[in-house]
Write a protein that binds this ligand. Structure first.
Ligand SMILES: [Zn+2]
Length: 229
């Protein structure tokens, strides 16, 4: 298993889910959980690993063809099987991120931990908004609700693991491309983030010359200097 850290730094405001009305959509990726430690129970803001992994998979599917990788672009198990049959094999995205199946060969090769933050709890603000009637876009009487945001410049950190196997050298660049894409496409409607890989140079031996610049670029922040951060 090859492990490395990924740090995410908010560039825009990010919305914290939990108690947020439907109008915000399903892709609010920050949530709260209760943590019990020496000081008692408290709420912490984190980004679930499953959310990050889902975004990475979407990014990989979208980018795959442009960079010479294959993607079935399917979500339904039956459609995935059909697409793979017509492609004469399992696509690169499914090989990396897994697919619904029966055996270990279908399991994901990538594991993404939850992303936690040292200071997100102190770097948040609550905004009260007026709920709009969807059909007329007018304010509904008495329909106020509060949304919590994490301020720009807040950092989250998590661990990504990829199983070492014969094809890791083929699939790792697709994972790195998907991480790099986070910097441009963000976390869904959740907001824009910067991303940085901290691998202690462990990935050097696994990345061919053609992907060296990508890996080097991922080792420093992308947005730093552009937005006064
Ligand atoms: Zn596939």
């Amino acid at each position: 298993m090859i492990r490395f850290r990924v740090r995410l730094r908010t560039v825009s405001f990010l919305t914290v889910g939990g108690g947020v009305p439907e109008v915000m959509g399903a892709d609010v990726v920050h949530v709260r959980k209760k943590v019990v430690d020496g000081d008692g129970a408290r709420d912490v803001i984190y980004i679930p690993g499953s959310s990050v992994k889902g975004v990475l998979r979407t990014n990989a599917s979208r980018l795959a063809a442009s960079y010479g990788f294959t993607s079935c672009n399917a979500i339904e198990p039956q459609r995935i099987d059909e697409a793979h049959r017509s492609m004469n094999g399992v696509c690169d995205v499914c090989r990396l991120f897994g697919r619904p199946g029966r055996g270990p060969e279908d399991w994901s090769r990538v594991f993404v931990s939850d992303f936690t933050s040292e200071d997100a709890d102190k770097r948040r603000m609550v905004v009260t908004r007026v709920s709009l009637d969807d059909s007329t876009l007018t304010a509904r009487k008495g329909a106020l609700y509060s949304i919590e945001h994490v301020l720009p410049g807040t950092e989250f950190s998590g661990e990504v693991r990829i199983e070492e196997g014969d094809d890791v050298k083929v699939l790792l660049p697709l994972l790195l491309l998907a991480i790099a894409e986070l910097r441009l496409s963000g976390l869904g409607r959740g907001g824009l983030v910067d991303a940085k890989v901290e691998d202690g140079n462990r990935l050097d031996r696994l990345v061919g010359d053609e992907w060296r610049a990508l890996l080097e670029g991922l080792r420093s922040w992308f947005w730093e200097g552009w937005l006064g951060s």
